[in-house]
Design a protein around this ligand. Structure first.
Ligand code: GTP
Ligand code: MG
Length: 309
């Protein structure tokens, strides 16, 4: 189905929408009327009608409880390398969901991302999916040398493991969104089981500065997250995003992890895990606001071999 198939969308409007990044009916279905208004210069009521038509054509929204249950039976989990962290997560990182690691610099977010690109390739009885990984690297911190160390520690062929990780550098927030939108072809071709976005927020922070741009930043991020959620649903894959927050040791009241610049991800992730550094190189992971798991903490470590208890 093409954009032109939607009622009220002619060729010229479709082109304007595509230019603004709305390339698929799905992207229209998860947009807000305000976004379409800006992108295609259409009136608010027409925008609403177009969005509703897109949603209807995709039959979004309705499933019986049994259908939801059946879909959840196909859900898989990837081990993190730490049994305590896996336990906190109810068995590992879930497919059909977005898991967000947030925490200060050096808290282990990137290390976990690296470890999971290796672990997703493990056979199912070892905690993997026997699938490959797609890594969107926004801070130039992907290190093949680390993947080699982690692979060797698991007796895996490092070159094979590296060959099964597709890495894309994202140069700004629009580029980052484009990479996620284009991921679909790679997902099918390479049998991707995990998408990593490390970091989700750094480009958005620097591309949209100042109060006046907050709502635009939030809208774009929402769209990005919806796009990732949709891929995880359709292809039964796991999505991991990272988000750096500053700890505020001087802060006695309220949330000590309040990120400077505000909570820009909000609650569009299914699982949110707050990471912090602890004594002796240990890391503490805390599960926040999970839909089905109890809140709790797990202690793990990052060593030369990778993520461990
Ligand atoms: P930012 O991206 O800056 O926000 O931090 P991050 O949360 O991504 O931190 P990252 O995952 O990069 O963690 C870096 C830390 O991991 C280092 O400070 C080390 O403590 C640990 N680490 C990384 N590589 C090694 C290694 O080869 N051996 C050991 N023992 N530790 C390592
Ligand atoms: Mg990092």
């Amino acid at each position: 189905m093409e954009l032109e198939d939607l009622p009220g969308v002619g060729e010229a409007t479709a082109d304007r929408l595509r230019d603004a990044g709305f390339k698929t009916v799905e992207s229209i279905a998860v947009a807000t009327p305000g976004e379409l208004k800006d992108a295609a210069g259409m009136g608010e009521s027409i925008a609403t009608r177009v969005i509703n038509a897109a949603r209807e054509s995709l039959q979004m929204g309705f499933m019986t409880g049994i259908e939801v249950l059946e879909k959840r039976k196909t859900l898989r989990k990837i081990t993190t390398g730490s049994s305590t962290l896996d336990e906190l997560l109810g068995g590992g990182i879930e497919t059909q969901a977005i898991t967000e690691f947030f925490g200060e610099f050096g808290s282990g977010k990137t290390q976990l991302c690296h470890q999971l690109t290796v672990n997703v390739q493990l056979p199912e009885d070892k905690g993997g999916l026997e699938k490959t990984a797609f890594y969107i690297d926004t801070e130039n911190t992907f290190r093949p040398e680390r993947i080699i160390q982690m692979s060797e520690a698991l007796d895996l062929d490092p070159m094979k493991i590296l060959d099964n990780i597709v890495v894309a550098r994202a140069y700004n927030s629009d580029h980052q969104m484009l990479l996620a939108e284009k991921a679909e072809d790679i997902i099918k071709e390479k049998n991707i089981g995990l998408i990593v976005v490390d970091s989700l927020t750094s480009h958005f922070r620097s591309d949209y500065t100042g109060r006046g741009m907050l709502s635009e930043r939030q809208q774009k991020l929402n769209r990005h997250m919806h796009g990732l959620q949709r891929l995880s649903d359709i292809y039964n894959l796991a999505v991991i995003v990272t988000n750096q927050v500053m700890t505020r040791p001087d802060f006695f009241f309220g949330d000590p992890t309040a990120p400077i610049g505000g909570h820009i991800v909000g609650h569009s992730s299914t699982f949110r895990i707050y990471l912090r550094k602890s004594k002796g190189g240990k890391r503490v992971a805390r599960l926040i606001d999970s839909p089905s798991l109890p809140e709790g903490e797990a202690i793990f470590s990052v060593i030369k071999d990778g993520v461990r208890d």
